[in-house]
Write a protein that binds this ligand. Structure first.
Ligand code: SAH
Ligand code: SF4
Ligand code: F3S
Length: 441
């Protein structure tokens, strides 16, 4: 009698690093003889790859785990992976007793062994990091979900310890992969049809090649020069480690995308200091000036936290003014959320939630107006769009520019360009968050 194949279901929360970790977890489990299913009821093993960046994200996980109590009765096994797993550790077994596996991302290398123990019937398996591991999670069995555009993690963990942030505690210490291994993976991807590569790290430009062969900018350039690669992106840059040679690389290697995501968090030097960001408003603006001085038109985007402990009305005005000064193409703004284990949990969360909401709202409105104007200035210009798909009526093609803007366009013939192809598009209309155009090739 043949044994019924083992199945798993995996749901992912959080950032791109988590999304890519999940691709590697899927590949690893498939290697262990598991088949992925997309309905919980059909799975033997249910996994959550979790995020704890803000309280809401963490609550989502526990709500979902609660929902699954009933499935436990059907004999399914449960595992919690990712940042909530690392943060809460064994406490998860107390809050959700039917969970048998708890593992942070720094322990995924041990997944095959942990899965074997799970199959042997163990019920309290942990993979928890003590910020000591030097290892990175590299595997050739990555189950990438997109056949044209793929992630490569080049650096894991974080040593920055921003006052508000859980990541240094949930993802372990900073450790880089060798540039040889990154380039090998990029070459393999290019050979199998990938044309866009996105390099990932919580601080991608803190990258230090353990072999000392290439700087981050040199690694970027080397990937851009690989045969078959049309676009290279990287995220996230930390202003402190953002150097001029990155801008020079973008200027000289056409395959590097015209986009830098450079989280500022606040426009007030006082707030930045209390956040432990290790740069001032002036130093941040100096980096912006390097980007603006490039020969290419490089788009900038950012992250902002409003309502950090002690943020005054004047501090907030400085952040608002910074938006006008930098002219970002997109801003991801969040209300400050006090997080366990972080230094700022000891600072009084002094700003009422309504005030945080009010600041968030006015910031987003100001930014929307900036984007409305800047996006409309693109009308009449021609950009290359990477085709990502088609809308439901198949009347429009969904694309993305090198500046990372959404560009929806009408094709020039009845045969729509296929996902993964590149098309020149003339911009005919603009919204605050997307462009509209017509194919010219
Ligand atoms: N490594 C990146 C960001 C990682 S987290 C960097 O250094 O910029 C993504 C974003 O979440 C952060 O940029 C920040 O804006 C936001 N964030 C992190 N912790 C937060 C908290 N406690 N409350 C609100 N937003 C937070
Ligand atoms: Fe968090 Fe700061 Fe590290 Fe970014 S740099 S992950 S915000 S601690
Ligand atoms: Fe969330 Fe962890 Fe990413 S906390 S944002 S999943 S690093």
């Amino acid at each position: 009698m043949t044994e019924k194949s083992k199945t798993f279901y995996l749901e992912t929360f959080g950032c791109q690093m988590n999304a890519h970790d999940s691709e590697k977890v899927v590949g690893t489990l498939e290697q262990q003889g598991y088949a992925q299913v997309h309905v919980e009821e059909e799975a033997d093993l249910i996994l959550y790859n979790t995020c704890s960046i803000r309280d809401k994200a963490e609550q989502k996980v526990f709500n979902r785990l609660n929902d699954y109590k009933k499935l436990h009765k059907q004999g399914k096994r449960f595992g919690v992976l990712g940042c909530v797993a690392q943060q809460e550790g064994e406490r998860i077994f107390d809050r959700a007793p039917y969970v048998s596996l708890v593992s942070g991302s720094a322990s995924y290398r041990k997944l095959p062994e942990m899965i074997a123990r799970l199959e042997a019937g163990e019920t309290r398996i942990t993979g928890l990091d003590d910020r000591k591991t030097e290892e990175t999670f590299e595997t050739e069995f990555t189950a990438r979900t997109n056949p044209y555009r793929g992630y490569i993690t080049i650096i894991e963990g974080c040593d920055k310890f921003c006052a508000y942030c859980v990541v240094p505690y949930t993802r372990g210490k900073e450790r880089s992969r060798t540039s040889t291994s990154v380039l090998m993976e990029a070459r393999r991807m290019a050979d199998s049809g990938y044309s866009e590569i996105q390099l990932l790290g919580q601080n991608v430009n803190s990258y230090r090649d353990p072999e000392g062969k290439r700087s981050f900018a040199e690694l970027l350039a080397a990937i851009g020069e690989l045969e078959g690669i049309r676009r290279v992106r990287f995220t996230t840059s930390h202003p402190r480690d953002f150097t001029r040679d990155i801008v020079a690389a973008i200027d000289s290697v056409p395959e590097l995308c015209d986009h830098v995501h450079l989280p500022v968090q606040s426009g007030s030097s006082g707030v930045l200091q209390r956040m432990n960001r290790e740069y001032t408003r002036e130093q941040y603006l100096e980096r912006v000036s390097w980007v603006r001085a490039a020969k290419r038109s490089i788009s900038m985007t950012t992250d902002i936290i409003v309502g950090f402990p002690g943020e005054t009305a004047d501090d907030f005005i400085e952040t608002m003014d910074l938006l006008a000064e930098v002219q970002y193409d997109a801003v991801f703004a969040f209300k400050y959320s006090p997080r366990p284990n972080t230094p700022s949990i000891h600072m009084p969360d002094s700003i009422p939630d309504e005030e945080k909401s009010r600041r968030l709202q006015s910031l987003l409105e100001r930014q929307r107006e900036i984007q409305r104007i800047n996006y409309s200035l693109q009308i009449g210009k021609t950009y290359e769009a990477a085709v990502e798909g088609h809308n439901q009526q198949r009347s429009q093609v969904i694309g993305r520019t090198t500046q990372n803007k959404t560009l929806n366009f009408t094709a020039s013939s009845t045969i729509l360009p296929a996902p993964g192809s590149y098309v020149a598009v003339r911009i005919t209309a603009a919204f605050p968050n997307s462009l509209v155009g017509i194919a010219v090739s």
